[in-house]
Ligand binder design. Structure first.
Ligand SMILES: *Cc1c(COP(=O)(O)O)cnc(C)c1O
Length: 674
């Protein structure tokens, strides 16, 4: 989809706010599109703080800034991941209700179950909560690997209590002999477990173990559809997909099962067209094809009762409700209604009973439930105030010995002084040319470093003055469109992109980001975000917006601490919709570990409370992970410090302090703690 280039949207926005006077929280909410992507879970209160409404009831809200203060008082420092179990709960019920409504409306009698693919977020707390709700909502769990299978078998035992447990358990992914044997034994145990055959040999293993243990297993087949997927994961479907059986193999499977008198065990047909399906049409085509295969196999005598449409229900990360990779062009209700409608039309025409519909919607279940809060450590910005006196002083000092002021510098001074509303473009061209000339002079050895500094400062000052004037006129010439991004600030934030939002780096996924306080104050800066890894990729320079490809974010001036103190006043940003995939895909780049995670809920009186604190990795833990022996490290440091003290390079007290910092550091958080 074609996205508009950067426009004057942001500049004219702040301008109009300036005209109508007092900036309010509502202005911020609209500026950051909070209601577009927040879908009722996120808001801004009159204090200018972001709130989370776990049940979409505005009266029951949690003030995130208050939470961060509360955590600070308990010694829990940002970055911290906040999880809202109540959002998870609400989201699961929303999906349940959407399908219940669709089935009632369309008199669909087959039933529906959503199975949670734990790969989306395997954290025990998240899975346990889903498993316990699954019992009530008739949902299930999905495993895609051996470790996930073992987790899911345990989880379903806990959730259902001892004895037979009807929660559907779907096993996708590649399976070996042991995997299948475990599944067959679990069937004997009473689990409603369905291995989905991804390649033919798995079917042979299933039949082998089923016979050996005298079990009638429920078997699923994953089909390679000819309908292509779309977007980033289009390769999940189509005949070149890594997974599933060709139709010719499906037919072979039917023959094979018939031969072994197990065709009645073929209960489920499965496809997965890809994640974050942004265009509902892709799903409709795939389901149509899958349903047709279903009725054909039904005719051949397969004991089919379940149609599993896989995952892919998307999340509207940017709030634009469009067919675009960070958005989706449908609602949960529409998704449900289209799925039910497609399946119903195909099977009814063939006179086949309505199948039980399963979907494996992972992302859509969990994305909303986590938010990362991080603190800003400081900013880097180009001078917009050229300090003409300083410039003059440098020029005087540099020419004191009778040298001349280089022509490009004179040109820049002129361009700055003579900038008027009418000659914006001309001034820009002159300034660019003069700057380029200054840089060549420097490279050729004809300009000193301080003089080059002067040229640089003048150039940025001209840029800022140009933008100010353009904003007043309300239009920015095309050629100057890059300028706001070039002149924007860098806000350094205490987090690792690779650990906390890896998809931002890996696949340019957008996540909504905004300050969680000061929202009744007009943001006056534009910036991008940098993390604390020493990787230049560790930055966020694309932001959600309904209309434009937004390369900078509106932010507030970060205030220096008063007096002698070094540092800045606390300024917190929230990154939203991080519940799906980010936690487990996160890596230890620069040995920055898991952040703290805190579970927040509302009590009966509507006060927020901490349900659980899961401490982030310590330095010791991440070092052990890469095979360091922490005791060895300490011993080496101790010996070295001893020697330094002996040779009087360190005093005993200094040595003691250094050793203490070393030991404390090992036990501490991997992030900066101010
Ligand atoms: C990853 C995956 C899912 C989950 O997809 P979402 O987009 O998170 O809904 C479901 N089924 C299979 C087979 C998968 O590989």
């Amino acid at each position: 989809m074609e996205r508009l280039g950067r426009t004057m949207a942001t500049i004219s926005h702040s301008r109009s706010a300036f005209i109508h006077g007092q900036w309010t929280s509502a202005d911020s909410a609209s500026l950051y599109g909070v209601s577009d992507w927040g879908k009722g879970y996120v808001g801004v209160n009159p204090d200018g703080h972001v709130t989370v409404m776990p049940t979409k009831d505005p009266a029951k809200n949690i003030d995130l800034f208050e939470v961060v203060q509360g955590l600070k008082e308990r010694g829990i420092h940002t970055p911290v991941l906040l999880r809202f179990n109540d959002i998870l709960n609400h989201r699961l019920r929303e999906i349940r209700k959407a399908f219940d409504d669709a089935m009632t409306d369309q008199q669909y009698t087959g039933g529906y179950s959503c199975v949670y693919p734990i790969k989306v977020n395997q954290q025990r707390h998240v899975c346990e909560q889903i498993a316990s709700l699954a019992v009530e909502l008739n949902f299930g769990l999905e495993a895609g690997s051996k470790p996930e299978l073992l987790a899911v078998l345990g989880l379903s035992a806990v959730a259902g209590g001892p004895g037979v447990n009807g929660m559907p358990i779907i096993c996708n992914g590649f399976k070996d002999d042991e995997f299948i044997e475990t599944v067959i034994l679990a069937t004997k145990l009473g689990r409603n477990i369905i291995p989905v055959v991804e390649k033919f040999s798995e079917l042979e293993l299933i039949v082998k173990h089923a016979k050996a243990y005298g079990v009638r297993p429920k078997i699923g087949l994953r089909v390679k559809l000819s309908s292509r997927g779309a977007g980033r994961w289009e390769g999940s479907a189509g005949v070149r997909s890594k997974f599933g059986l060709f139709v010719s193999e499906v037919l072979k499977a039917v023959e094979y099962l018939k031969k072994h008198e197990m065709l009645d065990c073929l209960n489920l047909l499965h496809c997965h067209v890809g994640s974050q399906l942004y265009d509902i049409r892709v799903l409709k085509n795939a389901i149509n094809e899958l349903a047709h295969i279903y009725i054909e196999l039904h005719r051949m005598g397969a004991g089919l009762t379940m149609l599993d449409i896989g995952g892919g229900m998307g999340v509207d990360y940017d709030g634009s409700q469009s067919a675009w990779s960070s958005s989706i062009n449908y609602s949960v209700a529409e998704y449900a209604s289209d799925v039910v409608y497609r399946i119903k039309s195909v099977v009814e025409q063939a006179g086949v009973p309505h199948p039980m519909i399963l979907s494996e919607s992972g992302r859509a279940m969990v994305a909303y439930s986590s938010v990362l809060i991080m603190d800003v450590l400081g900013t880097s910005r180009f001078d917009n105030n050229p300090d003409l006196e300083g410039v003059d002083a440098t020029i005087k000092a540099e020419t004191a010995g009778g040298g001349e002021v280089p022509q490009p510098v004179l040109d820049l001074v002129d361009a700055y002084k003579n900038l008027t509303d009418r000659n914006l473009l001309e001034a820009y061209h002159d300034a660019t040319q003069a700057r380029d000339e200054a840089m060549s002079l420097f490279s050729l050895g004809y300009m000193s470093l301080p003089m080059r500094g002067v040229a640089e400062r003048l150039f940025w000052a001209i840029g800022h003055k140009l933008l100010e004037k353009a904003a007043k006129k309300g239009d920015l010439p095309d050629e100057l469109e890059q300028l706001p991004d070039l002149l924007s600030d860098i806000y350094f934030c205490n987090f690792s992109l690779f650990q906390s939002m890896p998809d931002s780096w890996a696949i340019d996924q957008l996540f909504p980001i905004l300050p969680i306080h000061r929202l009744n104050e007009q943001p006056t800066r534009m910036g991008i975000l940098g993390d604390i890894t020493c990787d230049s990729d560790g930055k966020v320079d694309h932001f959600v917006d309904k209309r434009v490809d937004k390369k900078t974010l509106e932010l507030h001036e970060v205030r220096e601490l008063p007096g002698e103190a070094i540092g800045v006043e606390p300024y917190y940003l929230g990154v939203f919709l991080l519940g799906a995939y980010q936690e487990i895909l996160g890596d230890l780049h620069n040995l920055l570990g898991d952040t703290h995670a805190v579970h927040i809920s509302l009590d009966d009186r509507g006060e927020w409370e901490i349900e659980e604190v899961i401490e982030g990795d310590t330095v010791e833990e991440v070092l052990r992970y890469v095979q360091y022996d922490v005791e060895d490290l300490k011993r080496a440091m101790r010996l070295d410090i001893e020697a330094a003290c002996r040779q009087q390079r360190l005093t005993l007290a200094e040595g003691k302090s250094l050793l203490k910092y070393y030991d404390d550091g090992l036990e501490g958080y991997t992030y900066l703690e101010g």
